[in-house]
Design a protein around this ligand. Structure first.
Ligand SMILES: [Zn+2]
Ligand SMILES: [Zn+2]
Length: 401
């Protein structure tokens, strides 16, 4: 489509987005007060669908169980760009003291998905105000269950990337350690593959004073944990990134009893897909070797979680150029990948995509806590910027394709 250059030159798009600010804040606070966990986003997706219908978009509900899709069809056939937001909250007790805090005990929008949803609703409104694209389509994808439930995959299994086929996709994540008004992006692999492991070390219980008559699963587990750290320090190329974290360990019943078994859970994060593929065998060799050596046995499961996010070079360039136009020169930068996981990855393994971070940090507004923190909050001044960025990325993509 032909985009009027003045839309950017005077940051007209940002001005239009700013006019929506009160609405964006109201939506975000409403979602914030009514958080819904993965695949429970019935109220949230209902509000989204209603809004998209009020804009006159073609709306499909129940995609990937609780997801919603809105389609803005252009005047002529052409490429389709997808814009994605996630809608789910986390099982965290909201400990902020603000009027819009969560009204549901033990559930909270601590990852900013309330803001993502609100910003994409705003982008849909902005793009509708500008009229139908001359050529090509824009698909608004509101997905459930990013937090562990692979909602992106559920939507893809329900055909979100087809009819019309989506040629490229863009999404953003709020980030409190980037100041409001700025964005960051990563070239290539942007987020890690996030796998989970469970290890059970099976020894033989007995009296704590007579360890030679038993097989101490606690001591052997300590060896297993230490040995697993050798993967990062000795097995992997120092220029490759990997994290092996044991986050949970359980075993034993009393101070004077040798524990018969210990169960551990952890996560393995990798950026390189080839390295990831080696991990199940590599971990098992170590677990087997250590438990064998000390007379114990083991059970081991390696669960492949989200793959890594792969950012397409041309899409990254598009976001950086768009940021120059919308936010101003010098407001975007390239950064290192994150070892965090993100199910936007599933889209990027199918079609070219870009996932970038939108700054929402502001010390004066107490927007200083990390994602998933019980006091996480964001500077709502970022909301119109996010809507403007998403809209502009879509327009730029259609213009260039
Ligand atoms: Zn999260
Ligand atoms: Zn998130």
């Amino acid at each position: 489509m032909t985009v009027q250059p003045e839309l950017y030159e005077s940051s007209e798009l940002l001005k239009k987005a700013s006019e929506l600010k009160d609405k964006l804040i109201a939506w975000r606070r409403d979602f914030h007060q009514h958080p819904e966990l993965a695949y429970e986003e019935v109220r949230t997706s209902g509000q989204v669908a209603q809004h998209l219908e009020s804009l006159g978009l073609e709306v499909t509900r129940g995609v990937g169980r609780t997801g919603v899709v809105g389609l803005l069809r252009g005047k002529e056939p052409g490429p389709t760009i997808g814009l994605r937001a996630d809608m789910d909250a986390l099982p965290i007790l909201d400990q902020k003291q603000v009027e819009y805090k969560s009204t549901v005990t033990g559930k909270m929008h601590a990852c900013g998905h309330d803001a993502h949803t609100s910003m994409l609703m705003g982008a849909a409104q902005l793009l509708c105000q500008l009229g139908k694209p001359e050529r090509g389509n824009i698909k608004f994808i509101f997905q459930p269950a990013e937090e562990g439930g692979a909602g992106a995959k559920a939507m893809m299994d329900d055909g979100v990337l087809s009819d019309p086929p989506v040629d490229a996709i863009a999404g953003l994540h709020v980030f409190p350690f980037v100041p409001v008004g700025e964005i960051t992006a990563v070239r290539g692999i942007g987020c890690a593959a996030a796998d989970t492991i469970t290890i059970k070390v099976i020894g033989r219980g007995g009296h704590a004073a007579h360890p030679h008559t038993s097989v101490d699963s606690v001591v052997i587990s300590a060896q297993v944990i230490s040995a697993l750290q050798h993967i990062a320090s000795r097995h992997v190329d120092p220029l490759d990134s990997i994290v092996v974290t044991i986050g949970k360990i359980e075993g034993g019943s009393a101070s004077n009893v040798i524990a018969p078994e210990v169960t551990m859970q952890g996560t393995v994060r990798t950026l390189n897909p080839e390295l990831r593929a080696e991990m199940p065998e590599r971990l098992e060799k170590i677990i087997k070797g250590v438990t064998d050596a000390f007379g114990a046995t083991y059970e081991f499961t390696y669960h492949m979680g989200y793959p890594s996010v792969i950012n397409d070079d041309a899409m990254v360039d598009l976001v950086l150029e768009t940021a120059d136009l919308v936010l101003g020169q010098g407001k975007s930068r390239l950064v290192k990948p994150s070892m965090g996981g993100e199910d936007f990855s599933y889209y990027t393994h199918e079609i070219p995509g870009v996932f970038f971070r939108l700054g929402v940090g502001n010390r004066e507004k107490n927007a200083i806590y990390p994602l998933h923190h019980p006091q996480f909050d964001l500077d709502e001044d970022a909301l119109p910027l996010g809507s403007a960025m998403l809209s502009a990325v879509a327009l730029q993509y259609l213009q260039k394709s």
